[in-house]
Design a protein. Structure first.
Ligand code: ZN
Length: 316
């Protein structure tokens, strides 16, 4: 049955270790490997906690071909297991550079998107339909010719709307109408969330929104809002941390990937052998560990250290 728990995995790991150490027949090792292959769905945490990744990884260099092949199979399968992460943990944020490019093009196609903003015309927005001559990075409600005083004589709200617009529109391909509608909706929710008052809390929230939106290091926030992935209602309640996380999530994922690799290979336990001879002092008292340094198909590298003189070398 799939889904061996960590305790079972540890037991299997221990018997695997023992089988190898005591040079039990390959068929015996393969039997354990076979169970691991069919019953373990790897996660980074499982690999880390049980050290099973390292144990199996070592067997990729086993003298018996059936064992080494099976070990390679398993390592590859587990790598896949780990890289296919549950969608829930990474939310809607896609990973990798490819998706970033995709986002850009989605965003570019945005202007042709059938948004309902035509049905809610705002008399003041988009007078000049966006200056084609203006560098998108320099766009603002002013360059777009957008009038923000739609709240009678409430100057605070007018200024808020202008700030949200200015934050959103940086680098955008969207039309002034589209940006204006989203800015207006965002301000509307912000205002409503603060009891229809422009009090200090409202203004603090507005400032946080503005600084995060215009953050040049976080273009994804603007893109996600303009593309509708983050709705104005949601944006109005997001914390600074959440707004800043579009970028961070990507980095976190990268780090997780690195950690996984490390869990699989880096801390392979060292063993001492008299099979290896130090090239410097000639003694046979060498500790070694094996790690797969690059892709799964490449041979493992063996790192050696002479316990006599400290000389280090490696071979693969
Ligand atoms: Zn030596």
């Amino acid at each position: 049955m799939p889904g061996m728990d960590t305790k079972d995995i540890k037991i299997h790991g221990a018997s695997l270790d023992k089988a190898v150490r005591e040079k039990l027949p390959a068929s015996h090792i393969n039997e354990i490997l076979g169970r691991l292959k069919s019953d373990v769905v790897a996660t980074e945490q499982i690999l880390r906690e049980t050290k099973i990744g390292m144990i199996v990884n070592k067997l990729r260099g086993h003298a018996d071909k059936a064992v080494s092949e099976l070990a390679k199979d398993i390592v590859n399968k587990w790598k896949k297991d780990v890289s296919v992460k549950p969608k829930s943990s990474s939310s809607s944020e896609p990973k990798g550079g490819v998706s970033m490019k995709r986002e850009v093009s989605t965003n570019g196609g945005n202007s042709g998107k059938d948004t309902p903003n035509k049905s809610t015309p705002t008399p003041s927005a988009g007078r000049k339909a966006g200056g084609a001559s203006v560098d998108p990075m320099k766009r603002s409600h002013k360059t777009d010719g957008v009038e923000c005083n739609i709240f009678g004589d409430d100057e605070v709200r007018t200024k808020s709307l202008a700030m949200i617009y200015d934050g959103l529109v940086i680098g955008a391909q969207a039309t002034p109408d589209e940006v204006f509608k989203i800015a207006k909706d965002t301000e509307h929710h912000l205002y409503r969330n603060h009891g229809n008052k422009t009090d200090t809390a409202y203004r603090n929230k507005l400032r946080s929104l503005f600084f995060n939106l215009k953050d040049l290091k976080n273009p994804n926030l603007r893109k996600n809002v303009l593309s509708g992935r983050i709705e104005p209602m949601r944006l109005a309640t997001m914390t600074s941390e959440e707004m800043a996380s579009a970028e961070r999530k990507r980095e976190d994922e990268k780090i997780e990937q690195e950690n996984m690799k490390e869990a699989m290979v880096a801390k392979a336990p060292t063993s001492v052998t008299d099979q290896l001879r130090c090239g410097k002092c000639g003694k046979r008292n060498v500790s070694y560990s094996q790690a797969q340094t690059r892709s799964a198909d490449e041979p493992m590298t063996t790192f050696c250290e002479c316990l006599q003189c400290g000389h280090r070398w490696k071979f693969s």
